[in-house]
Design a binder for this molecule. Sequence first.
Ligand code: CUA
Length: 329
Amino acid sequence: MRRFRRYGLVVGASLLLAACDRRAPGLLQTGGTEARRVARLFWIMFAMAAAVYVAVAGLIIVATLRGRRTETGKPSRVKDEAFVWVGGLVVPVAILAVLAVLTVSTTNQVRRPVAGALSVEVVGKRWWWAVTYPGTGVTTANEIHVPVGRQVRIGLDSDNVIHSFWVPQVAGKLDTVPGQHNELRLTVTKAGTYRGECAEFCGLQHANMNLVFVAQSEADFERWLVRRRSAGTGASSDLTERGLVAFERAPCAGCHTIRGTSAAGDLGPDLTDFGSRQTIGSGAVPNDTRHLTQWIVDSQTIKPGNLMPPIELDPGEVAAIVAYLESLK
Ligand code: CUA
């Protein structure tokens, strides 16, 4: 019994801490048109459910206080039969009809295409997100940049199991399904960095399948895109030169692509702009020298079950590869 109580305390404390975790996305602190529509629908549903709860609980309290009616007592002003028909059929049907109309119209509104939308293709991987901007040659991973005030059409696919793409503050979630192309439309109204995640259990590292969603002004976004397109991936010093050579010779190049080098694998994330990314392993750890070194030596110690095996390299080669990858901005 005591063990259960302690377990309950731990769970309660964790839930409280989770509620206070400022990194956790606030579902109702919306930053986009679609998310705002969904949030409005939520509040309407919440208000109606709360009204029904208060009415039913109130009637129960009245019934309890009033006690059983006696033959000699005052007759009720409401006919029993009318009460059952109105409370049990008319009111529920009216409430469900209103909710049905609101839900269908909200669903239609959040799917409506707008001319001039930006296209981004996202593929759910094990366990990370491949991101491409069609027609620009820009490929990245786990980080999506979009302009504020312009609709974004996100094409969703998966080459393995079902994942679910979700940036809660910007739009509703939508599954990535193998063999089926889905499209999510969203318009960010507030610049900022939002957290996204996989919302469908997809295996061992489902919880470490996050993404960084950056909404910036149209000018900043264009600058970002141009920089991504034109950034050189050559070595800029002796150390990074050694890193590039080691990367191309080691198993790294068989799984990763770095544009402009001989590394052209497609099993792992494209690393062409790796140095600019905020996290390693799809949000598993921050992108800094210590974590990158640990990841290259044995990523399984950070994200067990991911597809990258431990790599046998001497410490000098690891340091050179780290320096080279960090220079890719
Ligand atoms: Cu991918 Cu959960």
